[in-house]
Design a protein around this ligand. Structure first.
Ligand code: 9Z3
Length: 336
């Protein structure tokens, strides 16, 4: 075919047919080996491990990609939460969109808090025997020391393992592979699926090899649905053992709770965190199945004052509540 414009008929991929037809990313085996080592080390130490996914996935429109669709997410939720999970004693696999925010360095994002602005040159370095010295401004010193100390401690203890994705295809292959490695942890594995994942994609077989040419009028692209991966994640890859938390993003607040319930009914996992695009930094709703009652759900709102968000991050409360629930989940299996 000459362009990405396509005329598919049946376009429903099951997870199985997806993995059978879409190629894995090139470094998958290498990434998986590193994850295995990380998981094994923390499993042996009796530590709980959380997989945090963060940032948006892309959908390329060409094989030699010039254009792509993107999903909204700076990676703030994931990067911030990862830090709080580390504080709660988890080892963290941080699977994020390349160049999205990361734990610790997020405090010094190039756009909102550029680090060059709080560095000072003490000596100009123009003389050969006195090279330039750089220092941190007085105001920034204490907060930087706090972040740096936590960062160094986490790296010295090898508590944070980072994986990178760009496309939704990278994401799907990585998620399956990582979940298979985490299976050894049983109930001690926690999934925190905050990445904004594309709902539609263009299968490789339908993609134009080269840049789609303009000049032929409007472009029509028919995309296929990305398979609903939560289903095999819950029932096959983790065999119902892991504690799985997914996020639901809406722009119409009245849809949050119904859509979250629908997801729980479909996939049978533990928590859906609903967040509205405009209020997501101040309030979220936890929706979970009601214990012992089929088709009934419990909602718990977590809120912080909007004026508080310079001093308090809602992720602190989200993660504390999830850690509490996850510990109960682990304890339940011990008493079975
Ligand atoms: C989220 O809802 C995240 O909380 C945000 C975080 C993307 C809103 P930021 O990075 O934003 O802090 O700027 N993530 C999940 C979004 C998503 O794609 N959910 C799917 C859906 O809503 C279900 S898995 O259908």
């Amino acid at each position: 075919m000459s362009t990405a414009a396509s005329t598919t008929t049946d376009s429903n991929f099951s997870a199985e047919s997806y993995y059978a037809t879409q190629p894995p990313p090139t470094h998958l085996d290498h990434e998986v080996r590193n994850v295995r080592e990380f998981v094994q080390k923390h499993a042996n130490a009796g530590r709980n491990v959380v997989l945090v996914t963060s940032g948006g996935t892309t959908v390329p429109l060409e094989l030699n990609v010039v254009r792509f669709l993107d999903n909204f997410s700076a990676g703030t939720r994931g990067a911030t939460s990862a830090e709080y999970f580390l504080k709660e004693g988890y080892a963290v696999i941080f699977m994020h969109r390349q160049f999205s925010l990361q734990p610790f360095s997020r405090h010094y994002s190039h756009s909102t808090h550029p680090f060059l602005d709080f560095l000072e040159i003490e000596q100009d370095g123009s003389q050969a025997d006195s090279p330039a010295r750089i220092s941190v401004t007085e105001k920034e010193r204490a907060p930087l020391l706090e972040v740096l100390t936590a960062y160094k401690a986490v790296h010295t203890s090898d508590l944070l393992h980072t994986l990178t994705f760009v496309t939704v295809n990278d994401y799907l292959w990585l998620l399956r592979a990582v979940s298979q490695e985490l299976a050894v942890l049983g109930r001690r594995a926690l999934y925190y699926l905050a990445a904004a994942v594309s709902d539609f994609f263009l299968p490789r077989q339908k993609m134009s090899e080269h840049k789609i040419q303009s000049g032929k009028g409007s472009l029509h692209i028919e995309m296929d649905q990305v398979p609903k991966i939560l289903k095999p994640l819950v029932s096959e890859w983790t065999q119902g053992q892991a504690f799985i938390v997914s996020f639901k993003l809406e722009t119409d607040p009245s849809l949050l709770v119904p859509k979250a319930r629908q997801a729980l009914a479909r996939y049978g996992h533990q928590v859906v965190i609903g967040n509205d695009l405009h209020t997501r930094k101040h309030q979220v709703v936890f929706v979970s199945p009601s214990a012992g009652r089929d088709n009934e759900y419990v909602e718990t709102w977590i809120r912080i004052e909007p004026s508080q968000d310079a001093v308090k991050e809602i992720e602190e409360d989200i993660v504390a509540e999830l850690a509490r629930r996850h510990h109960l989940w682990i304890d339940t299996s011990l008493s079975l």
